[in-house]
Design a protein around this ligand. Structure first.
Ligand code: ADP
Length: 490
């Protein structure tokens, strides 16, 4: 019986594949490969697309082997969004390194976008004209990589997000597709039309012909050969939207926060897109069973990556988990505040020129204070977003669901509940991104329906907020002052 689904999660820090048992609703096997980022210039972030593909192929193959012959019903894909790959349609070879979502190389170009175009972008795509999104990254490759231009002239160039690239390679070039959630992060895709926007493609100089066909999240995307068998690739979603589905959070007012490399908060608003007045984005939350749902989204570029920085560049930690013990070793940060603006600030500030700072250092500041300040900064980033979401939607946030690598940190989750003043609910299955991809695949193949999926989520722990609201509001106010000092033009 083909009762396993492989959920492939191509993240920024690692590529993972999970074997999901559709009968027990559990992950029974996982394979993981770390992926490298390179930082060739300040603010630039790249990855080797070929390495992403080979590691993805390896982890998928390991899962298939673990399942045994004839057991895989399908493969669902989820991925880091916005990151751009351009490749040769004939050979599948990338023409340049993948430009990662965090990369700021096009921020000057984006700052030149006139206000009237910015407004058109906002109305059509729900996004703000920022280097974060794919369009300016695609334009950069076309402008700066001669091999890309040569292929374009020959009609052999393809451009897409990581899902598109991986599906294209897995299907040996037969499927050139993406899904609405990934497409909605490119700044070239109409939120309501659910199609590439001619006007925006022309504005950024991206020919429509080099872009993939966009399909709903629960569509069949292609077929791949896996250990001699033909297996459907079915279901494709950007990682944040997959996490939303994995957390069974599609209805209005249910919010989730993912604590990974960055921090992503999504707040579903139902079948109508809400345009933000407070620096948030409007995005496709999912397109399932013929219905398209929307969400307000806030992204903070650096969250867990601050912890990685403490470990790798500062040498203050042996591993990410140690941050919890160190943060608890002190009563507070001793007045130290950290703003993780390594590559500028995302929502709600959208300031590409800001840079990370540590404020309030005294002769008595210890590594524990700095580590605690870095963890606290993650929670303050979410507090910035929750306030905007409530103002934009007119709804009160009553609780949030959490997931992602750093949600394992109990200190951080408790501090988050205290700073937001609402419960933070952690699911038993922390891999909600992969779970979302497995669900999308199960829906695409007709294995489960939406009701069954909603019933799978179990809470592992709910962190309740402290009574002392004033104390945490004062700490947040101190963080806001530090943010204004991280900016050139506060
Ligand atoms: P992504 O999907 O962006 O690759 P993950 O969800 O795998 O990210 O989370 C990895 C991030 O979480 C890393 O940046 C790491 O520093 C951080 N992280 C992992 N465990 C902890 C922990 N116990 N405390 C704080 N941060 C953590």
């Amino acid at each position: 019986m083909r009762n396993y689904i492989i959920a492939l999660d191509a993240g920024t820090t690692s590529i993972r594949a999970f074997l999901y048992d559709t009968l027990s609703h559990a992950f029974v096997f996982r394979a993981q490969q770390e992926t490298e980022c390179s930082f060739p210039f300040p603010g630039w972030v790249e990855q080797d697309a070929e390495e992403i593909y080979s590691k993805a192929a390896l982890v998928v193959s390991r899962c298939a082997r673990a399942a045994g012959a004839g057991k895989i019903a399908g493969i669902g894909v989820t991925n880091q969004r916005e990151t751009v790959v351009m490749w040769n349609a004939e050979t599948g070879e990338p023409v340049a390194p993948a430009i990662v979502w965090q990369c700021r190389r096009t921020s000057e170009e984006c700052a030149k976008i006139p206000p009237e175009v910015a407004e058109r972008i906002k109305q059509k795509t729900g996004l703000l004209p920022d280097a974060y999104f794919s369009a300016s990254k695609m334009k950069w490759i076309l402008d700066n990589v001669p091999a890309a231009r040569d292929l374009l002239r020959e009609g052999k160039l393809r451009a897409g997000t990581i899902d598109s690239f991986l599906i294209c390679r897995f299907t040996e070039g037969r499927s050139f597709v993406t899904d609405y959630t990934n497409a909605s992060r490119t700044m070239l895709f109409g939120l309501k039309s659910l199609d590439w926007d001619e006007e925006l493609c022309a504005y950024f100089g991206i020919p429509r012909a080099i872009l993939p066909e966009a399909r709903p999240c629960d569509a069949r995307m292609g077929e791949m050969r896996l250990h001699g068998e033909t297996v459907p690739i079915a279901g494709d979603m950007g990682d944040q939207q997959a996490a939303l589905l994995g957390q069974a959070c599609l209805s209005e007012g249910d919010a989730k926060i993912t604590y990974g490399t960055g921090l992503f908060m999504l707040f579903p608003t139902g079948k109508t897109p809400v345009v933000s007045q407070n620096g948030l984005l409007t995005t496709v939350a999912g397109s399932i069973g013929g219905k398209t749902y929307y969400a307000l989204e806030g992204s903070v570029f650096h969250a867990g990556s601050g912890v990685q920085w403490l470990r790798d560049e500062m040498g203050l930690l042996e591993n990410a988990a140690e941050s919890e013990r160190l943060a608890r070793a002190v009563e507070d940060t001793g007045g130290v505040c950290f703003v993780p603006a390594f590559t500028g600030l995302g929502a709600p500030y959208w300031d590409p020129e800001a840079r990370a700072i540590l404020t309030g250092i005294t002769r008595g500041t210890r590594r524990e204070h700095v580590v605690r300040a870095v963890l606290e900064s993650i929670a303050y980033g979410a507090r910035d977003l929750s306030g905007c979401m409530e103002r934009d939607s007119g709804l009160r946030l009553l609780a949030v669901k959490c997931d992602g690598g750093a949600s394992a940190n109990d200190f951080l989750m408790q501090f988050q509940a205290d700073v937001l003043g609402i419960p933070v609910d952690r699911p038993a299955e922390r891999e909600s991104t992969a779970l979302g991809a497995a669900f999308a695949c199960a829906l695409a193949l007709g294995i489960h329906d939406e009701r069954e999926i909603a019933a799978v989520r179990r809470s592992e722990r709910c962190f309740l907020p402290a009574e002392d609201r004033a104390r945490f509001e004062a700490l947040y106010a101190a963080y806001c002052r530090a943010v204004s000092r991280a900016r050139l033009r506060p």
